[in-house]
Design a protein around this ligand. Sequence first.
Ligand SMILES: NC(=O)c1ccc[n+]([C@@H]2O[C@H](COP(=O)([O-])OP(=O)(O)OC[C@H]3O[C@@H](n4cnc5c(N)ncnc54)[C@H](O)[C@@H]3O)[C@@H](O)[C@H]2O)c1
Length: 250
Amino acid sequence: MAQRMAGKVALISGGASGLGEAQAIVYAREGASVMIGDLQEELGHKVVAGILTAGGKAAFTRLDVTDLASWHSAVALTVATFGSLTTLVNNAGIFHPGGIETESEAGWARMVAVNQTGVFYGMKAAVPELLKSGNAAIVNISSLYGLIGSADAISYHASKAAVRVMSKGAALEFAKRGIRVNTIFPGQIRTPILGDITPEQDAAIKASIPMGQVGDPMDIANGSLYLASDEARYVTGAELWIDGGWYAGS
Ligand SMILES: NC(=O)c1ccc[n+]([C@@H]2O[C@H](COP(=O)([O-])OP(=O)(O)OC[C@H]3O[C@@H](n4cnc5c(N)ncnc54)[C@H](O)[C@@H]3O)[C@@H](O)[C@H]2O)c1
């Protein structure tokens, strides 16, 4: 069977862990060359080693998504290593709880810097190379919390909702110039971002999901693979919810 990402070169932010790691593994399995950009260097190198052992192509670069210069370096290194850049996955993200009364100014600023400004910087730094490729894709990872509210995550909601509409704007900006931009909205997926949760919290989460279970990182990776591949050549500005039915009931 033809590999679905043959000839693609992808830069994946936050690729050292969780959903980013799963996307890196699936993209590489399908023939893409993958540059993992993350703050977590040891974990990132471990993911790269696993991909190389499986016969794939991958490399790691330290990337801080809140720093535009760091993005420019990551893009330049990707092109120097693999010859081009066709695919950007803005996946890096952080979460902490907090409502209007409890969220601090610093907490707000940090969340917006990583989850929102980081996505803008990623697109800004990658676009010149993506345009050169003539057939490029950006996949932005928002969250179901970018679509619905809750009482205790004000800055996360704000930053993830921004990703939703930024993606649509970018999709229109580049619709005629060979860059598709789509967004994934994960529901609850078991990764380190969820932190340590009690059995009671775990039960409450599962109860709120129509399918009755949290998702696996590969559930997100498979959706991302579709949006990044040429199978989605006519898909831009789209929203893909991967959430066990959660949004259907909201
Ligand atoms: N897991 C879920 O249930 C869930 C649900 C909705 C949305 N998401 C989103 O999915 C994305 C991936 O999250 P995850 O669940 O895999 O969490 P994770 O914590 O396993 O991975 C996030 C990665 O982002 C990296 N990162 C954080 N700040 C960074 C920075 N400034 N520069 C570069 N890298 C940075 C971390 O080092 C980490 O490797 C995030 O954007 C998150 O908001 C996750």
